[in-house]
Design a protein around this ligand. Structure first.
Ligand SMILES: NC(=O)c1ccc[n+]([C@@H]2O[C@H](COP(=O)([O-])OP(=O)(O)OC[C@H]3O[C@@H](n4cnc5c(N)ncnc54)[C@H](OP(=O)(O)O)[C@@H]3O)[C@@H](O)[C@H]2O)c1
Length: 350
């Protein structure tokens, strides 16, 4: 049995922890908390051991914590860092590297420059085998993971027929449970978004991919607007949709009016954390005009990276093959069943 510690218990850390507790191959040693707030007791009530930084132990005297993060790390085989962007790098330098521990980082970190956590950005669809034997790997962010789920199947099918991808990322402002964050009434433009460069780490540095990003006042997922240009006449929408029939983590929906419809359905169906853990092609929006296919898909910001973390963990901890890891992740996340349910509910009306 391998032991895993989750450092950070916010939107991502709490989800990863919840699924890992269902994994019979893993023991969750506990989670790392940094602020003495009500979430400490929430975690304890869920049966988790809570650890805090050594130098903050006194701040948590009102809580039944299990010890210091430093001591918990000494016990574990792998740490999943789920810290706010940038803190993962500091943790790597101050904690994980000195203790020689395998570590997974989240998409708010960097893979380039002075503060990079890894030279590898994981996308199970694109580079699973490359992370076998690695000690420090970054999981792509939600938008980067979502783009990979569309781009890889397109590249496999159409290869050098593809001339260019132009993507506009319409990003959500905050997550549903981040009630402390105000959703401002403005459309914010992102200068030099990192997402295109991140995707190119697995898609190829010369890939003709051009990404713009804006942030809009919603908590209900991201939406990607993608134009795909072909050398000759573009395929029909149905040919594009056919590519995704058997794709992991991609549902094709026809009748969702907006992202909240999808989230509401996930909630009504009792999906964990109201997540679908996937992207959703809004098939009614796909068009083919001359040499260009236009498409839109929504991206479950909090959910999509959780099964990916699980795949990555299996590669790094157990050295499993892609097929073995995939089967085990599927047994825990039931992605196929969720996809079928979503597709049936939002099916094309005849
Ligand atoms: N939210 C998303 O939709 C999403 C999607 C994909 C990837 N990501 C990435 O996942 C990472 C975490 O994001 P999040 O949305 O989960 O953030 P979050 O909800 O703000 O949670 C961050 C957590 O990290 C803890 N923390 C604070 N300082 C820390 C440190 N030095 N080391 C470790 N943990 C620390 C916080 O603890 P306290 O609360 O106790 O202070 C909190 O529990 C970021 O890299 C983000 O870019 C987020």
């Amino acid at each position: 049995m391998k032991k895993v510690f989750i450092n950070g218990y916010g939107s991502i850390g709490s989800r990863i922890t919840s699924f890992l507790k269902d994994d019979p191959e893993i023991t969750v040693i506990g989670i790392g908390k940094y602020s003495p707030d009500e979430k400490v007791n929430v975690a304890i009530s869920r049966g988790l051991n809570v650890y805090v930084p050594e130098k903050k132990l006194n701040d948590f005297s009102d809580y039944k914590i299990s010890g210091s993060i430093e001591s918990a790390l000494d016990e574990c085989d792998l740490v999943i860092d789920a810290a706010p962007g940038g803190h993962g790098y500091k943790n790597k330098k101050n904690l994980y590297e000195p203790k020689n521990i395998l570590a997974i980082y989240q998409g708010g970190e960097s893979t380039v420059g002075d503060e990079s956590v890894s030279d590898l950005l994981f996308n199970s669809r694109a580079n699973y085998d490359q992370v076998l034997g690695k000690k420090h790997v970054m999981q792509g962010s939600c938008n980067v993971t979502g783009m990979g789920r569309i781009l890889e199947p397109l590249r496999e099918k159409f290869g050098d027929q593809l001339i260019r991808f132009d993507v506009t990322l319409v990003r959500r402002w905050a997550d549903i449970e981040q009630t402390e964050k105000n959703v401002s009434d403005t459309i914010e433009m992102s200068e030099k978004p990192h997402h295109g460069d991140d995707v190119k780490l697995y898609f190829g540095k010369d890939a003709p991919l051009y990404v713009r990003a804006i942030k809009v006042p919603t908590r209900q997922m991201h939406l990607h607007i993608m134009d795909i240009r072909f050398k000759n006449t573009a395929p029909k929408p149905s040919e594009i949709h056919d590519l995704f029939v058997d794709e992991f983590g991609v549902a094709t929906l026809w009748t969702a009016k907006g992202t909240k419809d999808v989230r509401d359905y996930a909630q009504n169906m009792g999906f964990n954390f109201t997540d679908t853990n996937m992207i959703h092609i809004h098939a009614n929006m796909t068009t083919s005009i001359g040499d260009t296919v236009q498409m839109m898909y929504s991206d479950d910001q909090t959910g999509i990276v959780i099964p990916e973390n699980h795949m990555l963990l299996q590669a790094m901890l157990f050295g499993k093959s892609y097929d073995q890891a995939f089967a085990h992740t599927e047994s825990i996340f039931n992605m196929h069943e969720k996809k079928q349910k979503l597709q049936e509910h939002f099916a094309k009306k005849i």
